[in-house]
Design a protein around this ligand. Structure first.
Ligand code: HEC
Ligand code: HEC
Length: 259
C-alpha cells in the first residue's frame, strides 16, 4: 500500500488521540478532520478506513494487547525476555508472519491470540508501522564483523560467514546480509534477536511448525543443521551487536567510547 511512513508526519500529530482511531469512526467524520488538519496523504488513507498501525502498537485492538508491552516502545524487542525486534523488518514479511500465527501454520502460543484478534487490515497496518520504524541495529558495525576471518572452531561464526558446504548449507549471511542485518523485504535481520528465539524458529522449521517461506529456503537450511549447530549459530547472532561494538571500539577507541 502506498502509505507514507508515519515518521514523515509532523511530531505534534503522533500519536493520535484515542478518539481519532479511524476504524472506530465513520469516514465522513475523519474526512472532515483530515481536511481541517491538512494531514496529507496518510490521513486520507485513514479517512478511507485504513487502521492506524501505531495506535495498535501502543494500545492494542479488539482485545489484543499493545505490542509495545513486549516488543518495546520502538519495536526494539527484549533480548532478556526473548521477544524479537520488529523495527525496520520488511512489511510483507511481518504481515505474513502475523497471518501465519493467526491461522496456526506458524505455531506460537504467545502470539496466536493477538494475531487472531486483529483483522487482516489491522495486521497489514501494524506490519507497515513496524517496517518504517528505524532498525535498532547498527548496520555499519554489524557489516564490519563479516570482514573478520571466521575461526574454524567457532561453529556459529563459521556457519554465519562460511556455511557448511559439505552438507549444502550456504553461509547464513549470504541471504541475511553481512552481520545478519537483513536484506530487502524477504530476508529478515538476525543480529540481536534473542538466541532462544532464533533457535526456536530453526527447530520450528525442522518440525514443520512454521510455513516454509520463500522457495522453502529455511526448511532446507534448518533440517541440515545439528542441534549443536543451531545453538551455536543462534548464540552467535544474538551476541553480534555487542561483538560489533567491541570490534568498532578496538578499531577506533574514540568512536567506540560511545555505544
Ligand atoms: C505477551 C508478549 C507479546 C505481545 C503483547 C506481542 N507479541 Fe509479538 N511476539 C512475542 C513473542 C514471544 C514472539 C516470538 C513468537 C514465537 O516464538 O513464535 C513474537 C513474535 C512476533 C512476530 C514475528 C517476528 C519475526 O521476526 O518473525 C511479529 C510480526 C509480532 N510478534 C508482532 C506483534 C504485534 C503486531 C503485536 C501487537 C498487536 C505483538 N506482536 C504483541 C510476544 C508478544
Ligand atoms: C538461501 C537463503 C537463506 C539462507 C542461506 C539462510 N536463510 Fe534464514 N531465512 C531465509 C528466508 C527467505 C527467511 C524468511 C522466511 C519466511 O518468510 O518465513 C529466513 C528466515 C530466517 C529466520 C527467521 C527470522 C525471524 O525473524 O523469525 C531465522 C532464525 C533464520 N532465517 C536463520 C538462518 C540461519 C541461522 C542461517 C544459516 C545457518 C540461515 N537462516 C540461512 C533465507 C535464508
Amino acid at each position: 500500500m502506498p502509505l507514507r511512513p508515519l515518521s514523515s508526519w509532523p511530531q505534534s500529530l503522533r500519536p493520535l488521540p484515542v478518539s481519532l482511531q479511524p476504524f472506530r469512526l465513520r469516514s465522513c467524520t475523519v474526512a472532515r478532520w483530515a481536511g481541517a488538519l491538512a494531514l496529507g496523504a496518510s490521513a486520507l488513507a485513514s479517512a478511507q478506513g485504513a487502521p492506524d498501525g501505531q495506535l495498535i502498537s501502543t494500545q492494542g485492538a479488539n482485545g489484543a494487547p499493545a505490542c509495545v508491552t513486549c516488543h518495546g516502545a520502538k519495536g526494539e524487542g527484549n533480548a532478556v525476555a526473548g521477544f524479537p525486534h520488529l523495527a525496520g523488518m520488511g512489511a510483507a514479511y511481518l504481515a505474513e508472519q502475523l497471518e501465519a500465527m493467526a491461522n496456526g501454520s506458524r505455531v506460537s502460543p504467545v502470539m496466536a491470540p493477538t494475531a487472531k484478534a486483529l483483522s487482516p487490515a489491522q495486521r497489514q497496518a501494524v506490519a507497515q508501522y513496524y517496517a518504517q520504524l528505524p532498525s535498532p541495529l547498527n548496520i555499519d558495525r554489524l557489516a564490519a564483523t563479516a570482514q573478520q576471518p571466521a575461526k574454524a572452531d567457532d561453529t556459529g561464526a563459521w556457519l554465519a560467514n562460511r556455511g557448511a558446504w559439505d552438507k549444502n548449507v550456504p553461509a547464513c549471511n549470504q541471504c541475511h546480509g553481512p552481520g545478519g542485518i537483513g536484506v530487502g523485504a524477504n530476508f529478515p535481520s538476525l543480529a540481536g534477536q534473542p538466541a532462544a528465539y532464533i533457535a526456536g524458529q530453526l527447530r520450528a522449521w525442522r518440525q514443520g511448525q512454521r510455513p516454509p517461506g520463500p522457495l522453502g529456503l529455511m526448511p532446507a537450511v534448518a533440517t541440515r543443521l545439528s542441534d549443536a549447530e543451531i545453538d551455536a549459530v543462534s548464540a552467535y547472532y544474538a551476541g553480534l551487536p555487542k561483538a560489533a561494538d567491541l570490534l568498532a571500539a578496538q578499531a577506533t577507541p574514540a568512536a567506540g567510547a560511545k555505544p
